[in-house]
Write a protein that binds this ligand. Structure first.
Ligand SMILES: O=C(O)CCC(=O)C(=O)O
Length: 255
């Protein structure tokens, strides 16, 4: 094993997710939070491919000065600078994907998902699979949490074992899962701390939470796949398909 224990690998295989507490240490998170603050505060003059989205302020909630523009999301933060390049080629993360999916790993895409104060999640329960079909469901997302998350404080929830049940029925042609297909009593809310990573399988049913606190929550979501999983949706995201590991060896290193 490169990064994970055999218990963590077994947990992922059975449940479709694995929570890795304290994946990044205090110093790494201080640096990541500084870099992230710059990324969401200084939004002008960036590489034009970075797609920012902003949330309107919500009545009854102040803007958190850490996220002064209420940035809701960014696509392709991986292009922002060397720090954010290094953040997705991080060898410990790639090692975790080798442990979970085997020796040949590619990058898929990177994004930021923020939950500013007053954020309500309207995406509901879903699988990532319909958004990112491949020849094989050998993909997963690594979510890095920049703050403590909890119920109604941005926490991600998952339905353990749902990745083993194939594609769930959706409402009409949307990606929203039919309510009668979900048993919410089985849901687990992942109470992550700053520096934790959650890896979720592309077929695991999950949802983001709301944020009814006065401080913003911030997550970096990088996705990885096997070399054998061939894109079927036309992935044009930055670094899509970049080889990160071959034959169990990491091939793309931080700059
Ligand atoms: O923000 C989260 O906690 C989960 C994000 C999510 O569900 C997604 O990007 O598909």
């Amino acid at each position: 094993m490169h990064t994970l224990t055999t218990e963590q690998k077994q947990f992922f295989d059975e449940n479709g997710y694995v929570h890795l507490p304290g994946f990044y240490d205090v110093d790494e998170m201080a640096q990541m939070r500084d870099q992230f603050h710059d990324l969401i505060s200084n939004t002008d003059g960036r590489h034009a491919a970075l797609r920012y989205s902003f949330m309107d302020p919500v009545e009854g909630y102040e803007i958190d000065p850490y996220n002064p523009k209420n940035v809701r999301g960014i696509m392709d933060q991986t292009l922002a600078n060397d720090y954010w390049y290094n953040q997705f080629v991080e060898p410990r993360i790639v090692g975790a994907f080798i442990d979970l999916f085997g020796p040949n790993i590619d990058f898929h895409n990177g994004k930021v998902r923020n939950n500013p104060p007053g954020f309500t999640n309207d995406q509901s329960w879903h699988q990532d699979w319909p958004y990112e079909r491949h020849s094989l469901p050998e993909l997963a997302a690594a979510i890095t949490y920049l703050e403590e998350n909890g119920t109604d404080a941005g926490a991600t929830s998952v339905i353990p074992g749902s990745h083993l049940k194939g594609e769930y029925p959706t409402v009409d042609s949307s990606h929203t899962l039919r309510e009668d297909a979900i048993d919410e009593s089985e849901a687990v809310t992942v109470e992550a701390q700053c520096g934790d990573v959650l890896i979720i399988h592309v077929l695991v049913v999950h949802t983001a939470g709301h944020n009814y606190t006065s401080t913003s929550r911030h997550k970096i979501i990088n996705e990885y796949k096997t070399q054998a999983a061939v894109d079927q949706w036309g992935n044009k995201c930055a670094f899509a398909g970049l080889p990160l590991a071959r034959h169990g060896k990491i091939v793309t290193h931080p700059v």
